[in-house]
Design a binder for this molecule. Structure first.
Ligand code: NAD
Ligand code: ZN
Length: 245
C-alpha cells in the first residue's frame, strides 16, 4: 500500500504535508482528545478560549505552564525528522502545522506554516502595541505572565477556539494546497482549516493521503488512508525515496 504513495511522491514536484497533534504524540506531547489529554478535570475546549482567559487568566496560564513544561522535555521524533529533511532537500516541500509545540522548528524544518501560533511566544492581552515576543523560560518569572510594554497581562501566542487565523498564514497554507501530493498526518481533520485545506488540494488535482492511527472524517475523502503511526510511516516513505524531487 505504501508503494502507491511512495510512487506518487517520487513523481511529485510539489509536496505539502499538514500535521496535527498526532505527529507529536510519540514525542510525549499529549493530544487534546486522546488519553492523557485532560488536565485536572478541565477539557482543552474550556481552557483554550478568550472567554476562559478573561474569566480566570491565572488558571489558563497554569495550564499553559504545565503544557510548556511538558513540551520542554520532549524531543522531535522520526516523523519531524523526515519532514525536516524533505524541506531541506526540496524547495517545493511545505509543512503546514496546527501544532504549537515548535517541534518542527527544533527538527530544522524549512518552509513551515504555523497555523495556530506557538506556545513559546506571548503577546499583550491589552494589545498595547508591543509586538509579540518569544520567551522559552519554564516557568515564566511572573504568574500570570506580564507584558514588558504596559505591565498588563500577557497571553500565550496561540490561536484559541473561536479566534481567527492570521490571514498571512492562511494565505501561505492555501498557496501550498496547489501541489501534486498532499498528506494530512496526525490530525482528526474535523475542524477548519484542516478539512478545508485537504478539500482545496483535492480540488486542485493533488493526490491526497492521510496518515493516522485511527479513521477520521478525512479517511473517506482522501485517495489513500494509511492507518498507522506518523513516526513509523514517514521513515518508511523516506527509505523508499532515495532522493527527493
Ligand atoms: P487533532 O484534532 O489533530 O487529533 C489528533 C489526531 O492524531 C487524532 O486523529 C489521532 O487519531 C491521531 N494520532 C494520534 N497519535 C498518532 C500517531 N502516532 N500517528 C498518527 N496519528 C496519530 O488534535 P487534538 O489533540 O484534538 O487538538 C486540537 C487542536 O489543538 C489542534 O490544532 C492541535 O494541533 C492542537 N494541539 C496541539 C498540540 C501540539 O502542539 N503538539 C497538542 C495538543 C493539541
Ligand atoms: Zn502590553
Amino acid at each position: 500500500m505504501l508503494e502507491t504513495l511512495s510512487a506518487r511522491l517520487k513523481e511529485a514536484r510539489r509536496v505539502t504535508v499538514l500535521t496535527g497533534a498526532g505527529v507529536s504524540a510519540a514525542s510525549g506531547v499529549p493530544t487534546f482528545r486522546g488519553a492523557g489529554g485532560l488536565w485536572r478535570s478541565f477539557r482543552a475546549e474550556d481552557l483554550a478560549t478568550p472567554e476562559a482567559f478573561a474569566r480566570d487568566p491565572a488558571l489558563v496560564w497554569e495550564w499553559y505552564e504545565w503544557r510548556r513544561a511538558t513540551i520542554a522535555s520532549c524531543q522531535p521524533n522520526a516523523a519531524h525528522d523526515v519532514l525536516a529533511q524533505w524541506t531541506r532537500d526540496s524547495k517545493t516541500c511545505t509543512v503546514i502545522t496546527q501544532n504549537v509545540d515548535d517541534l518542527h522548528i527544533r527538527a530544522g524544518t524549512q518552509r513551515l506554516v504555523r497555523l495556530h501560533g506557538s506556545i513559546w511566544e506571548l503577546s499583550c492581552w491589552n494589545r498595547c502595541g508591543t509586538l509579540p515576543w518569544r520567551d522559552e523560560r519554564v516557568p515564566l518569572p511572573a504568574q500570570p505572565a506580564t507584558c514588558p510594554g504596559c505591565g498588563g497581562l500577557a497571553r500565550p501566542g496561540v490561536v484559541w477556539f473561536g479566534e481567527s487565523l492570521s490571514p498571512a498564514d492562511l494565505n501561505a497554507a492555501s498557496t501550498a494546497c496547489t501541489c501534486d501530493v498532499f498528506i494530512a498526518a496526525g490530525t482528526s481533520a474535523i475542524v477548519y482549516p484542516a478539512a478545508g485545506l485537504l478539500q482545496q488540494a483535492k480540488m486542485r488535482g493533488a493526490f491526497t493521503a492521510e496518515i493516522n492511527v485511527d479513521a477520521t472524517p478525512a479517511s473517506s475523502l482522501v485517495d489513500m488512508a494509511v492507518k498507522d503511526a506518523a513516526e513509523v510511516v514517514f521513515p518508511q516513505l523516506a527509505e523508499a525515496l532515495p532522493r527527493l524531487w
